[in-house]
Design a protein around this ligand. Sequence first.
Ligand SMILES: NC(=O)c1ccc[n+]([C@@H]2O[C@H](COP(=O)([O-])OP(=O)(O)OC[C@H]3O[C@@H](n4cnc5c(N)ncnc54)[C@H](O)[C@@H]3O)[C@@H](O)[C@H]2O)c1
Length: 243
Amino acid sequence: MRTLLVTGAAGRIGAAFVRANAGRYAFRLTDLRRPEDVSQGDWIIGDLSDPDVARAGVAGCDSVLHLAANPHPLASFDQLLPANVISTYTVLQAALEAGARRFVFASTIQTVYGHPVIPPSGPDAAPRPVNLYGASKAWGEALCSAYSHQGLSCCVVRIGAVLHGSGRRWPRRPELAKEIVYEADAVQLLGLALDAEDRPPFELYYAFSEHPDNVEHVETARRQLGYRPSVVVWPPEQAQGDQ
Ligand SMILES: NC(=O)c1ccc[n+]([C@@H]2O[C@H](COP(=O)([O-])OP(=O)(O)OC[C@H]3O[C@@H](n4cnc5c(N)ncnc54)[C@H](O)[C@@H]3O)[C@@H](O)[C@H]2O)c1
């Protein structure tokens, strides 16, 4: 069984990923905070901006799912520095030194909010963030590219706005419908990105549920990774009887 480090494992996406993949990986789980349920893996509680914590986290793992971050669009530089800037470096460096096979980085659609059309066309449109959070994730994407040139297979996933929970729910504004990803779809795509064999050393995907305005992005992940997302139904009236 593959050994997988999940950083930020006490967070929303991390907890959902571990729940959905129980038994598929031998989990090493890290976070700043200890969750109530620590039964699913081998936990290390600590701040990943400390290189020793990052090294202990990666030790013995063949892949890394790097979710730990401050995910708030209005976060200040002081808040982003340890979580998003330093920790992405320490975890990548530890993964390289440990000879990890695959590194998947949770980026965000917010890295490209400065493009005139969102999501921008092309599988790997250049980052054009509009806030410090997006800029901190653009740094993480750039680091992944740099480490892929040193021999670490890296996959960036620009995650859309995650809708948690299993029921069908709606985004707050219609224009956000093309950017949403149901939790189960996000978890599916992250798993496919981790498990993919013989991929180029640096890749970038978008994690969206299917919508007429994100076909190109969903198709790329479908074709290259075997992604099978659910369909976003908008407006909600069209889903009568479907809730
Ligand atoms: N939820 C979304 O809609 C969404 C959308 C796009 C991208 N993302 C990205 O996905 C990832 C997970 O998002 P989430 O919604 O689960 O966030 P979350 O805030 O629920 O979880 C992030 C976890 O990281 C941990 N963490 C933060 N700084 C740390 C540090 N220095 N050392 C160790 N652990 C640290 C936090 O304690 C937290 O439990 C993040 O990288 C986020 O930027 C999320």
